[in-house]
Ligand binder design. Sequence first.
Ligand code: ATP
Length: 242
Amino acid sequence: MLRIEGLDVYHGYVQAVRGLSLHVKEGELLAILGANGAGKSTLLGTLAGLNKPVKGNIMFKRTGDTPKDITGNSPEKMVRQGISLVPERREIFSSLSVLDNLMLGAYHRYRSDKATISNDVGEVMEIFPALKGREKEMAGTLSGGLQQMLAIGRALMAHPKMLLLDEPSVGLAPLVVREIMSILSQLKKTGVTIMLVEQNTRAALKVADRALVMERGTITISGSSAELMSDSKVQQAYLGRA
Ligand code: ATP
């Protein structure tokens, strides 16, 4: 579904992604692991159109479509192609209501698709029952876990084919992390392809089909979740086992 070849991305003079190549199959949940500063957020940002690569290309193919070159597309174009980002720190609008935050996720089809939008809000509430009845509450008053659910819900309002999540578990209690991960598994079953950036390696490997480790902007280890779980380097560096 997604194929990246030889990607180089810079922030000014700092090279954050170096000659990176990867692919994601349709319906797959791919975890991207690695330490702070490895380039994980930059990679997701590039797929969401927020960072422009200087080299390499990104091809995206939806079922029945011919592959499209989406390298360097604007964020709006990426959303229209079916790629939605749930950013790190969630970036919900604290002083807007839960409902308004969700509506913003559908802004690109607000004119053409008004009728289905309220239906979609209902569907998001089915996925996240904890948000039900809180539509009018200010998003900033929600707990961290509910804000994360709202951020995912907002991304789903765009009808993504591919969901990019940047550290959804950050700052959340273990029980809430489990809830979020279980929701990601459910979403996968509905056919959404997922790229999950996580520092919570254990939680990510539990839900992912495949995973890769990024170091200094490039992929150093990749394999099935089971393979990474039993890899001694992953165990030492990312699972806290000696
Ligand atoms: P983290 O979990 O800390 O976000 P990460 O693996 O997502 O880590 P990135 O945020 O992509 O890593 O950062 C990769 C490199 O790019 C780091 O060296 C970082 O300092 C640098 N970098 C990231 N954003 C910027 C920016 N806006 N300006 C300058 N350098 C940046």
